[in-house]
Write a protein that binds this ligand. Structure first.
Ligand SMILES: Nc1ncnc2c1ncn2[C@@H]1O[C@H](COP(=O)(O)OP(=O)(O)OP(=O)(O)O)[C@@H](O)[C@H]1O
Length: 656
């Protein structure tokens, strides 16, 4: 477990947070009464609300703000689509099997776990401080040599650390070599494991009763968006650039689901496909709005040297120095950064890490991950990839659909080029069945080659062209059949396949990481956990507490609740007999940012106290002012500090 601290500087106590999240039903293992299935979770009421609020913020931050075209594409995807996109052949992780026990390990996770265990043993042997937590305790119980306190040679410690820093970059062969080199075994039994083999992560199914149409549950929402590109372009009146967006479930048959919501088999994604003209350096019209935002970047060069330190620079600098490849990629990196802060991520626990060349997905030209620091280490929560023209090109080639942009040029383009004319009447009878192949070979000649052949034709009256599968692979064509001349062609329209910049958000990973970032515990006689969600994303906005069960409070509480509901503000009444402090504590655990107390003063003069979750400070005012204050906080227009300045403070002494 990585050591992370809460906003009060205390080490984050993950077991306590986990138990809070389950007790309060943020999420819970699915099918638990049947023993559960690894990597499948259900969300309870606060989890659902939180997710809905994060999605709502996402829609406002991206779809609304950027005028994106939202689509809702199907999850069931025919085999052919994913074969063409490369997922059938390449969307795989490496796994290795212990032939004796039948256990299956994700190869990179196995190497990571064993090397981390050994490094921990080395630390212990050197008398250095080791964090004690559940996972390490569990490892110790296995009592394999990997977790025993054994001092390693300094050079090996360095090698292990460098290997771990690059663990995401290794392919199957490299992982196999590491397993052999470092004698990595099944951590539980010490048994040898077989060399890594590729395991495709897609869930296969068949569509319809005849089982003739093979399909998969989609592993990403992207393919549906690519395949509607032409219709969206038309919808957008042929105007470029534009972006589509899709929110929906994706499915991956992860080899070893772990770390709660962080690696699951079914998860909610929110993906954007921004289609941009590849010519002109992928500029973005709103780049000037983000260029001065400073962001922590961990680029490829730093990682190649086995280091992990982050460089803070403005996005303007990052693009100018080509650390980040283009304005469009840089624009989205900043927008992702601002979104994550808006939903509660701590900017000090955020970095953008560039993928290494061999780590990138098969379609990507460049990729930066937004990573959030959690007790599980740095977690990729958003991938921001430049998918180049890969997807549109392969689908267009396969189906013949014109997944491209045709633009009328403002100025016609004059292109000087070598053109070939064939005398088709003589060509057919001369080459007979080989005619088509010869013609195709001539059409495919490069400009340089055409120029050279034009000179040959002029000098000798004939040329020789390479045509595979015809005769000895060379064909002679005389000047009676072919003419090659330099001419000017005028082009009025331009046709190109757009490149795609794709920010892909894993909502579950964001939710969990944010919950770690906003969690802290209040000092006091007993530990009292608080989830300081930003008010706009908090599951419930207001807690209503009558001072006691006195009959006079009931109609006031009910009236307030109805009024808030009419304003669209979620609220809950807690009229249990627990003390006010206890009732507020319970709701601090749910992250409810505001509380209203109804007391005898309320009955007398219609005023109420409004309490802030984080500071526990209170103000007192009439219903109208209290509701207006709540509304502005919940909409993110004001902060508590503003309300505190505007409304009279209420102290406990007044209550007593
Ligand atoms: N198994 C999973 N469980 C939860 N979220 C996931 C999972 N796989 C991917 N995601 C989320 O979807 C986002 C985009 O998917 P992408 O294909 O870039 O992930 P990835 O690089 O395959 O992730 P990883 O390397 O961690 O498996 C990720 O940033 C992450 O937030």
């Amino acid at each position: 477990m990585a050591t992370t601290t809460t906003k009060t500087g205390q080490p984050l106590d993950r077991p306590t947070l986990d138990s809070l999240l389950r007790r309060r039903l943020f999420y819970t293992p699915a099918f638990e009464v049947y023993g559960g299935v690894a990597g499948l979770y259900d969300y309870g009421p606060p989890g659902c609300s939180l997710q809905a609020n994060v999605i709502d913020t996402w829609r406002k931050h991206f779809v609304l703000e950027e005028d994106m075209l939202e689509v809702d594409c199907t999850m069931l995807t025919p085999h052919e689509v994913l074969k063409t996109s490369g997922h059938v052949d390449k969307f795989a992780d490496w796994m290795c099997k212990d032939p004796k026990t039948g256990e299956i390990f994700r190869a990179d996770h196995l190497v990571e776990e064993v090397l981390e265990g050994r490094l921990m043993g080395d630390k212990e042997a050197r008398g250095q401080k080791v964090e004690v937590d559940e996972e390490k305790e569990a490892k110790k119980k296995r009592k394999t040599k990997d977790t025993k306190a054994v001092k390693l040679p300094d050079s090996l410690v360095q090698e292990y650390e460098e290997t771990l820093a690059k663990i995401d970059n290794y392919g199957g062969d490299e992982l196999g070599l590491l397993i052999n080199k470092y004698e990595i075994r099944n951590p539980t039994t010490g048994g040898e494991v077989l060399p890594p083999v590729a395991f495709n992560l897609m869930f296969q199914t068949s569509i319809g009763p005849s089982s003739n149409l093979a399909g998969y549950l989609r592993p990403e929402t992207a393919q549906g968006q690519f395949l509607t590109f032409q219709k969206l372009l038309e919808f957008n009146q042929q105007s470029m650039p534009f972006a589509s967006a899709c929110i929906g479930k994706s499915f991956r048959n992860e080899i070893s689901p772990r770390a709660g919501l962080l690696r699951v088999r079914e998860f909610l994604m929110a993906e954007i496909e921004h289609f941009v003209d590849p010519e002109g350096g992928k500029k973005h019209p709103r780049f000037h709005e983000v260029k001065d935002v400073k962001i922590g970047l961990l680029d490829r060069k730093v990682q190649l040297s086995g280091r992990t330190e982050v460089t803070y620079m403005t996005m303007g600098e990052a693009v100018a120095t080509r650390t980040v490849d283009s304005e469009t990629l840089g624009y989205f990196i900043v927008r992702i950064y601002l979104f994550l802060i808006r939903v509660g991520a701590d900017p000090k626990k955020m970095r953008f890490r560039q993928h290494m060349a061999n780590e990138m997905a098969h379609y990507a030209a460049d990729c930066w991950d937004a990573e959030l620091l959690t007790s599980y280490g740095w977690i990729e929560c958003v991938g921001c990839a430049d998918r180049s023209a890969y997807d549109l090109t392969v689908h267009s080639k396969k189906t013949g659909a014109p997944l491209c942009v045709r633009e009328t040029r403002t100025e016609p383009l004059h292109i000087v080029e070598w053109q070939v004319d064939l005398d088709k009447k003589k060509f057919g009878p001369k080459f007979k069945k080989d005619g088509k192949a010869v013609e195709a070979a001539v059409e495919a000649l490069s400009q340089d080659m055409r120029e050279k052949l034009a000179i040959d034709l002029e000098k000798t009256g004939k040329i020789e062209v390479d045509v595979s599968d015809v005769g000895n692979g060379k064909v002679e064509i005389g000047s009676d059949l072919i003419k090659i001349e330099e001419r000017t062609r005028v082009e009025h329209t331009r046709e190109y396949t757009p490149n795609v910049i794709e920010p892909a958000f894993g909502i579950g990973r964001i939710l969990y990481s944010v919950m770690e970032h906003v969690y802290w515990s209040r000092e006091g006689s007993e530990e009292r956990g608080v989830l300081s969600f930003p008010p706009p994303i908090a599951p419930t906005k207001v807690l209503l507490v009558p001072l006691s069960g006195h009959q006079d409070f009931k109609p006031l509480v009910q009236r307030l609740s109805n009024k808030l509901r009419q304003l669209g503000i979620s609220n809950r009444i807690d009229d249990s007999s627990a003390s006010i402090g206890k009732r507020y504590s319970r709701n601090d655990e749910l992250g409810t940012p505001l509380g209203i107390t109804v007391d005898f003063q309320s009955v007398k003069d219609g005023t109420f106290t409004l309490r802030d979750r984080d500071s526990t400070k209170q103000v007192r005012a009439d219903e109208e002012k209290i509701c207006a204050a709540i509304m502005s906080i919940v909409e993110g227009k004001k902060e508590w500090a503003d309300v505190q300045q505007e409304l009279p403070e209420f102290t406990q002494q007044e209550a007593d």
